[in-house]
Write a protein that binds this ligand. Sequence first.
Ligand code: FES
Length: 271
Amino acid sequence: MTLPEGTPETNGPVAAPEEILWEPVVAEPSPVSPTFDEVTRRRTKEIIARYPQSRSALLPLLHLVQSVEGYVSQDGIRYCAEALELTTAEVSAVATFYTMYKRTPCGEHLVSVCTNTLCAALGGDDIYAALQARLGTDGRPLGHEETAGEPGTPGSITLEHAECLAACDLAPVIQVNYEYFDNQTVESAEALVDALRAGERPAPTRGAPLTDFTTVELELAGIFPNLEVSVEGPSAAAETLRGAQLAAERGWVAPPMPDEPPAMPDLPEKR
Ligand code: FES
């Protein structure tokens, strides 16, 4: 493997798939940022080769772009478009639809505070307001998707409020780089961001050991330089398993699946 001079091997090594051909095909390729080096291009080929239709690789490719840039820039949009033979408008439509794709540079860590109904009622709104104040400057609270510190530098934090992080039984919850910190309070949340700002990486309640936003983005792209560590850590909580446990204790089972699907009711005539 030959990297451009001075280019670090980022996020660990990746095996080169053999015999995978990829040539960006557009009439006039846009100049693509040199950020997308040989390692990224090889990973791009690897991801595209996983799908029967190349355009299906768009979501992981956008994560790959974020793993390099810390967000999805216009260059990142063009890079995906050229790799997948899509228009930049098609890629932009996807990148701006999903909230996991960030259009401004992110901090070393992304802190997501759930402010959906259950978390909000149990303190999520208070936690979000407290973190906004704690991470803000000169009396101005940090806004949604704004960053405390220089994006990408150690200790920098991008804060966002999120809608239901699928852990309502452990509300109120926070995620750091999508790993869970359950049953939070204002005090525990403030201690968490203080530790992140100081360069520490507290252990999540559930999930893999903390890394940083760009490393997790590489994993979301489907590339795991260190798979054993990535899957380390608890993934289920006692609260989540309680229902299944009660059912097992009481001998409750799901009714058997019918051989034939149940008859559908008649539909009213369409006018
Ligand atoms: S409401 Fe917060 S995890 Fe569902």
